[in-house]
Unconditional design. Structure first.
Length: 209
């Protein structure tokens, strides 16, 4: 079973509480999601492999560590996942970015794929699939299905808020995928929204209703 981790760093928790507030407007919401994403990227990248490299300081030649192995790609699930990309790029600016477009049928709550555009070498990259919410898990499962179908093997899923139902569904379908969230919330309501959650992340990021 992949790792499931709630990132309980005080700064992450503080900033997440800020954006749960329904009175927070689009500008602050978007900026804070970026900040949380940067802080989460620091934790999620903790196990990235290192290799020895020789470097010459002004004083002496020495052998020290640098990043090795797989390169990174960030895959936001459209559209809300876009809100997390820039924050991760702050820490990993060389990462490539792919996109997976999903929409949820408001009646059945089932996700549908409408757009996939990915780096050509995703089979050689560490992928961070990002979406602010892990609710039913349907979109995350379908997005990861699409990535695996195209050769991806090294996938982490990163979200701000998760419902237990979504975590269970994603772990059942993709037990090899590590899941990182800033909060494991209480449950889903009858409309498929996370309680207490933070509302519709896409609408709050982009000012739509």
């Amino acid at each position: 079973m992949g790792k499931f981790e709630v990132l309980d760093h005080p700064l992450i928790q503080h900033k997440l509480t800020l954006i749960r507030d329904k009175k927070i407007g689009t500008k602050i919401f978007r900026e804070t999601v970026n900040e949380i994403s940067t802080l989460m990227a620091y934790e999620v990248s903790r196990d990235m492999p290192l290799e020895d490299v020789t470097v010459e300081t002004p004083i002496a030649k020495t052998v020290k560590k640098q990043l090795a192995g797989k390169k990174v790609a960030i895959i936001p699930i459209l559209r809300a996942g876009l809100g997390m990309v820039d924050g991760i790029l702050e820490l990993i600016p060389a990462a490539k970015v792919g996109h997976i477009g999903m929409y949820r049928d408001e009646t059945t709550l089932m996700p549908h794929e409408y757009f996939v555009k990915l780096p050509s070498d995703i089979d050689q990259r560490q992928l961070f699939v990002v979406d602010p919410m892990l609710a039913t898990g349907g979109s995350a499962i379908m997005a990861i299905d699409a990535l695996k179908k195209r050769g991806a093997t090294n996938i982490k899923f990163v979200c701000l808020v998760a419902a237990p139902e979504g975590v269970k569904a994603l772990q059942t379908k993709h037990p090899d995928v590590d899941i990182y969230t800033a909060s494991l919330d209480e449950k889903l309501n009858e409309d498929g929204y996370i309680i207490p959650g933070l509302g519709d992340a896409g609408d709050r990021l982009f000012g739509t209703k």
